[in-house]
Design a binder for this molecule. Structure first.
Ligand SMILES: *[C@@H]1O[C@H](CO)[C@@H](O)[C@H](O)[C@H]1NC(C)=O
Ligand SMILES: *[C@@H]1O[C@H](CO)[C@@H](O)[C@H](O)[C@H]1NC(C)=O
Length: 446
């Protein structure tokens, strides 16, 4: 017995290894950004920070980060936020730092919206996303940085967005609401083991970035909170999102790349975006591409996704005037339960920044593979509707099973201006995808 045990553990270990390999669990975002150990550590309390939920800590955060920026210790510096509630106005991060939230630490945004700083609109949007002109700076902001980590023991970054949602509802927002966390023009970013709560607008927005890892995060906002997207990689490359739970009032993950003529002019695509082992619930889409895709989106892989109580499972959306491209998109191993529409690919979604958009700037959509998708309580299997002068091509549906409310029957697929193939799809797909000679469309696009 005693001697057999090592053998058993070796076998068990091998089995576990095989299991992990077979089901892909060993594939992670590790390696995209090297994890840094920081020898130099400071605490927000060294700068007068008080975690009583009432004291304003803006000065403490700004001074701590100023110190990190100017002392430039070898290997960077970790800024420790101990347990407690630290109320603060928005602040900028700097390069070579870790913002570390201890268990029970909360960084909470002030409600002084009238004092909130403004920043320039993104060049790829030409204006604020919801109001013309500038936009309120993100609660936690980083521009032109490298080697930044936001991590810890699942402390919370709380945007206290309610006041902003009400301004939106009452129509008295002057500028576009702030994101909770935004990185611009940055590379080598890790966001992990943090809870994001009640963002005023989008939660995590990497824009013009590369090499970004977001993992083990929890993102929460009420179902009726307007535009609280979970994670929006925007004109960014090598972004890896995994092992996270997201439940918000808008799309859970939406890959974007700029808006109409401004996005076309800026011309920066999103590419090599990986999303895996993400679970959550949204009144809109679970996994989305768009609708702002004017700089182009390519090489997106989403796998092992669970979406429940949601509007749409997988949603690829663009519009006339967008231009740009959406190509080489693969979504696989998705389970959905209680969603209104399983899959929707549409060329008529989203608004325009102004009436200067070019109606002849049609999007180019080619090479979308959706495979191994299983759904129960799905009201409508889906629709794939391209544009008359820009049909969507090489669309592949493979091994898709979307059951209705009352058993295996659900309303048929709706398709127009689309070509591609469908293999083992139930309910049976529309005629445009059913011709067997097209099955070449189902070669792996990634
Ligand atoms: C933070 O960064 C923004 C945008 O880069 C800049 O406009 C602002 O002045 C910075 N604020 C502080 C306090 O450094
Ligand atoms: C933090 O949350 C993540 C994701 O939910 C979880 O995997 C991890 O074990 C938690 N870490 C701690 C220290 O509680």
């Amino acid at each position: 017995m005693f001697r057999i045990q090592p053998l058993v553990s070796v076998l068990l270990c091998c089995f576990t290894f095989w299991f992990h390999i077979s089901f892909g669990y060993l594939i992670t975002c590790s390696g995209i950004v090297p994890m840094r150990y920081r020898n130099d550590k400071v605490s927000i309390t060294d700068f007068g920070g008080v975690g009583d939920g009432k004291t304003l800590n803006t000065k403490a955060f700004r001074e701590a980060i100023y110190r990190i920026q100017h002392l430039r210790r070898r290997g960077g510096t970790l800024l420790y936020v101990p347990p407690g509630v630290y109320l603060t106005e928005s602040f900028n991060l700097t390069s070579h730092m870790t913002l570390y939230l201890a268990r029970g630490a909360v960084i909470k945004a002030t409600q002084d919206t009238w004092k909130w700083p403004l920043v320039a609109p993104l060049p790829s949007y030409g204006r604020g996303r919801e109001r013309p002109g500038g936009r309120y700076m993100s609660f936690i902001h980083g521009d032109g940085l490298r080697d930044v980590v936001i991590s810890g023991e699942n402390g919370t970054i709380d945007g206290q967005g309610g006041i902003w949602w009400n301004m939106w509802r009452q129509g008295n927002l002057q500028f576009t609401r702030p994101n909770l966390v935004e990185f611009m023009n940055s590379r080598g970013i890790i966001i992990s083991n943090v809870i994001f709560k009640n963002s005023p607008f989008w939660n995590i927005h990497p824009v013009y970035c590369s090499n970004v890892v977001i993992r083990y995060v929890t993102i929460l906002a009420p179902t009726d909170s307007p535009n609280t997207d979970g994670i929006d990689p925007d004109s960014s490359s090598n972004v890896c999102i995994e092992d996270s739970f997201i439940s918000t009032g808008d799309d859970l993950v939406a890959v974007k790349s700029g808006w109409d003529e401004y996005g076309i002019g800026y011309g920066r695509p999103s590419s090599h975006i990986t999303i895996r082992r993400v679970t959550g619930s949204s009144p809109f889409a679970g996994i989305a591409v768009g609708s702002e895709t004017s700089g182009g989106v390519e090489h997106v892989l989403a796998e092992n996704i669970v979406i429940y109580n949601s509007g749409i499972g997988v949603n690829i959306k663009t519009n006339i005037g967008r231009g740009g491209f959406i190509k080489n998109i693969t979504v696989s191993q998705v389970f959905m339960e209680n969603v209104r529409t399983g899959i929707k690919i549409a060329g008529d979604t989203g608004d325009h920044p102004d009436n200067r958009f070019n109606p002849n700037a049609l999007p180019y959509v080619k090479g979308v593979t959706l495979k191994n998708i299983w759904g129960v309580k799905v009201q409508k299997a889906g629709s794939i509707q391209g544009l008359k002068n820009a049909p969507f091509t090489n669309i592949c549906l493979s091994k898709i099973n979307l059951h209705g409310m009352t058993g295996p029957r659900s309303p048929p697929w709706k398709c127009s201006d689309v070509s591609g193939a469908a293999i083992e799809v139930s309910p049976s797909p529309c005629a445009q995808l059913s011709s067997p000679q097209q099955s070449g469309s189902c070669a792996n696009h990634f």
